[in-house]
Design a protein around this ligand. Structure first.
Ligand SMILES: [Zn+2]
Length: 898
């Protein structure tokens, strides 16, 4: 009994933690070439990823799980290829999300942020962050993420805050940051501007209100107008019609009267108005609608804001001032009805903007905010992708990126929150000027007055995350890390934040570092439920990755996510797939146990130094070489899912099913044969585990450790003599050029597999008992010698009676009372006398013949069509060969039927 018997089942619960701790303790998550250490070689190219920082308040969802799995796969692969790899981890302070969480907590305590005051509120938020902010990091570790945790960063830590300050002041000094009133997305509940990203649009049932805009000339004529937000009538500054509209042309230049307020406003003409849409006349509310705002700019119309920060009507709303927006809507409409101004109301489906955080309806509102003029940066960022300095995978996202960068608007960066980087601008009470400096000022830079006060707002969280690829490496200090690791190699993230984050990082990198922040952008898709529905808490179809890890293990979850994903495409996640991949983990474990027992059984070195390989040995080795080449090719093109599927198929079918079955016979032979079989098992398992490691790091590491130890204590020690202490740093399998013998070995063993499958199918169809060994006669033609050599293998795999297995080149007559099969060039006659009746046998042959003839008909039609002249010659010839082979099969079946 060997010392290295594995436990019967793989226990991921006890293994994952232990393995992760061993990796970390071994220092394997750190780049082996470190610019801060002795012996650093600046000429070696590193592989670097900065993690998309999750919200510090967050808990792991499937999006994080996929991001982490894909990035860890990239990092592990490059680490095994010998690159110094650095994966920088960290988290985002997530302004709104965090502030909301704390405010809710305060409400539960019976207090509020206003009652606490800014300083105390921030103290409480930091306290909360220290206590709970680590949850997401722990969950990312559980996924096996091999990040360099000593380099972990937080967007509000000292260094990153310095970076934000430097970036703001630099842009301010260049005149690219300004403050002014603009229309923004306003969240009345949170009382802050929110970014476009934080607004969700959904189709909803609303009411369309149609009413009369009466002409001011008291003619009694009116223009019919419709709106879904009647309260905005209070802020109307014009009614617009199409210049060519016959119905309204005569009113252009005249005045109409704002209902209930009596203000007179002009009727204007603008091409933007669609004659076909609605009544063909538009009310223009520049203070509360982005399109109207644009029209107002063109026509020099006044902009009236009618809502306050809580979306109650302000002093501009006349008798409705002080009412909440929805109460005002009801009261105004009732008054208009009484005044005879109402035409009708009807149900109407439209797109409603809601806050991603609070769920309330967002109001477009005029507000004084800070903006960045991003147009100069956007031009550079556009060029960087167009000229190939940055490559986007998949490529079709280029177009989306171009269109966004070409139409970019100034970026509203101020938020009326407390949690975040406070805007570094001080206002002077005496001279009214602004002071913006890198260090907090004590007096006004213009008049020297000490009566200065800092802007109360904070910066949009995306302002700090735009700097992430270089702020995490020490910028604005020119640190050794920044010099060596910037630009990073790949930015891997969901396609949904290409604009909000990726584009801003590109702009910031070019602005502040004068170089792109990364060479490649890899965009993954979103994860949907098993029916393809978006996961949402409301629908209740959210699958928690932590629960999946608890139940099936991390490797099963990672493998499911990685194999299911294609760049840029959404994927469906089902529990069944995760369970199936847990079964794969067990399959790997069992193949490992078998290999270990084979190693343990080897007593001595072989008697002959020159190995004699069996067909099965050569075949599995050739298949493995093919796999290594395919995986490399697929990895180079980011097709990780397809690569994982190929490794899975190889391991499960070729190795664990076919080779292990064959190896049992070879091991039973003992001596040199057993030695070389154990050697093949070990080598194939080793390379398979290396290929699988980036997908399933835990089970592969655990098993590989056992194999390594077993080999080192056996006569097979030379195999493992160069192996490092852990798989995580073992070299990636090098693809070799295809060798001449590979194709032949694969073809011969594939024929054996086909024969075995056919016999197994026949046995199953005819209900032959599993243990029953059948006599058989083969007419094998040119394959006679090969099959004679493989007689024992065939007999064992197909449960044939070895003593009564007659393999010859050809037969003069069909054997008596036998059932026939045709597999490629081989005719097989199985003696089923007494086991099956001849009527059934005849029916089976007829069925086979019918199937074969339908294939012949299909191919003859195909080859008689355009296909023969249009398709490539190699493809056509392949189909011709198939036709010849089907015709031969049909002849053979007919001969058997007599
Ligand atoms: Zn001053």
């Amino acid at each position: 009994m060997s010392d290295h018997q594995l436990p019967k089942a793989y226990d991921f619960k006890s293994t994952e933690k232990r393995i992760y701790a061993a990796w970390e303790a071994g220092g394997f998550f750190k780049p082996w070439n470190d610019p801060n250490k002795k012996g650093f070689d600046p000429s070696v190219k590193p592989f670097v990823i900065s993690i998309p920082p999750p919200n510090v308040t967050g808990e792991l969802h499937q999006g994080h799980a996929l991001t982490t799995s894909v990035e860890d796969l990239m990092i592990r692969y490059h680490r095994m290829k010998g690159y110094p790899t650095l994966w920088v981890p960290g988290s985002d302070h997530a302004g709104i999300a965090t502030q909301l969480q704390i405010e809710k907590m305060l409400v539960r305590e019976g207090t509020s942020r206003e009652a606490l005051g800014r300083e105390e509120f921030l103290r409480r938020t930091w306290e909360w962050k220290e206590k709970y902010g680590g949850i997401i990091t722990q969950q990312i570790r559980r996924l096996g993420a091999s990040c360099d945790w000593d380099r972990e960063r937080f967007t509000l830590d000292e260094g990153l805050s310095k970076a934000v300050r430097e970036a703001f002041v630099t842009l301010y000094e260049k005149g690219l940051i300004y403050r002014g009133p603009r229309l923004v997305n306003w969240s009345p509940g949170l009382r802050t501007a929110v970014s476009d990203l934080e607004v969700e649009y959904s189709e909803e049932e609303a009411t369309l209100y149609s009413f009369k805009y009466m002409l001011a000339d008291k003619s009694g004529e009116y223009i019919p107008v419709a709106t879904i937000r009647p309260e905005t009538i209070l802020g109307d500054t014009a009614v617009a019609v199409h210049p060519e509209d016959e119905r309204y042309k005569k009113y252009i230049g005249k005045k109409v009267v704002v209902p209930m307020l009596g203000r007179e406003i002009p009727v204007i003409a603008d091409d933007y108005v669609s004659r076909e849409f609605g009544t063909g006349a538009l009310k223009i509310t520049p203070g509360h609608d982005p399109n109207d705002y644009a029209i107002a700019q063109r026509h020099n119309l006044p902009v009236i804001s009618i809502l306050d920060v809580a979306a109650a009507v302000n002093e501009n709303g006349g008798p409705y001032a002080g009412l909440d927006r929805y109460d005002a809507r009801e009261k105004l409409w009732a008054d208009m009805k009484a005044a005879g101004l109402v035409i009708k109301t009807e149900p109407y489906t439209t797109t409603i903007p809601r806050s991603q955080r609070g769920g309330e309806i967002i109001e477009p509102m005029i507000s004084t905010q800070w903006f960045v003029n991003v147009k100069p940066q956007a031009r550079k960022a556009l060029t960087a992708v167009k000229n190939g300095d940055i490559r986007i995978v998949p490529e079709h996202f280029d177009k989306v990126y171009y269109s966004w960068m070409e139409n970019i608007d100034d970026w509203c960066i101020s938020r009326q929150l407390w949690w975040g980087h406070r805007i570094p601008v001080w206002y002077c009470e005496d001279c009214g000027q602004q002071t913006c400096t890198r260090e907090d000022p004590t007096k006004c830079a213009h008049c020297g007055s000490t009566s200065i006060e800092q802007d109360p707002d904070v910066l949009d969280t995306w302002f700090s995350s735009a700097l992430w690829p270089f702020s995490t490496l020490g910028w604005p200090e020119v640190t050794p890390d920044l010099k060596y690791f910037y630009p990073t190699t790949i930015m891997e993230t969901g396609y949904d934040i290409l604009f909000f984050w990726v584009a801003r990082m590109i702009m910031a990198g070019l602005e502040f570092m004068e170089d792109v922040p990364f060479r490649t952008v890899y965009l993954h898709g979103l994860i949907r439920d098993e029916h393809g529905q978006k996961m949402s808490k409301v629908k209740g179809n959210v699958v928690d990755p932590v629960e999946l890890m608890d139940e099936w293990g991390t490797d099963a979850l990672r493998f499911t996510l990685l194999v299911g994903s294609t760049p840029g495409k959404d994927m469906s996640l089902s529990m069944k797939k995760v369970e199936a991949n847990r079964n794969f983990t067990n399959k790997i474990w069992n193949a490992g146990r078998f290999t270990l027992s084979a190693i343990g059984a080897v007593q001595a070195a072989p008697s002959k130094a020159e190995p004699e390989w069996t067909l099965a040995d050569s075949w599995i080795w050739a298949r493995l070489q093919n796999l290594v080449r395919d995986v490399e090719r697929l990895f180079q093109t980011y097709q990780y899912g397809q690569a994982g599927q190929m490794i899975y198929d190889f391991f499960w079918s070729d190795f664990a099913d076919w080779y292990v079955e064959t190896a049992k016979q070879q091991l039973a032979a003992g001596g040199d044969r057993a030695y070389y079989t154990a050697q093949t098992l070990s080598r194939v398992l080793d390379i398979s585990l290396r290929l699988l490691h980036p997908f399933m790091p835990f089970v592969t590491e655990e098993l590989w450790g056992h194999v390594r130890k077993a080999l080192q204590n056996s006569p097979l020690a030379s195999i493992a003599k160069d192996w490092p202490i852990m798989l995580i740093v073992a070299p990636w399998p090098e693809p070799r050029k295809e060798q001449g013998w590979e194709a032949g070995a694969i073809a011969d063993f594939t024929l054996i597999q086909d024969i075995v499958r056919s016999i197994r199918n026949l046995r199953a169809e005819q209900d032959v008992k599993p243990g029953k060994k059948l006599p058989a006669t083969f007419a094998a033609g040119e394959k006679t010698d090969m099959l004679l050599e493989q007689k024992t293998v065939l007999a064992a795999l197909a449960s044939l009676d070895g003593a009564k297995l007659d393999i010859r080149e050809s037969l003069t007559a069909k054997p008596e009372k036998s059932t026939a099969l045709v597999v490629g060039p081989v005719e097989i006659y199985l003696s089923l006398a007494g086991v099956v009746d001849s009527v059934e046998e005849r029916a089976r042959l007829e069925k086979d013949l019918a199937e074969t003839e339908s294939q012949i008909a299909r191919l003859e039609t195909l080859l008689g069509s355009d296909f023969a002249s249009k398709a490539p010659a190699a493809v056509v010839n392949k189909e011709r060969d198939k036709l010849i082979s089907y015709k031969e099969t049909a002849e053979k079946i007919k001969a058997q039927m007599g």
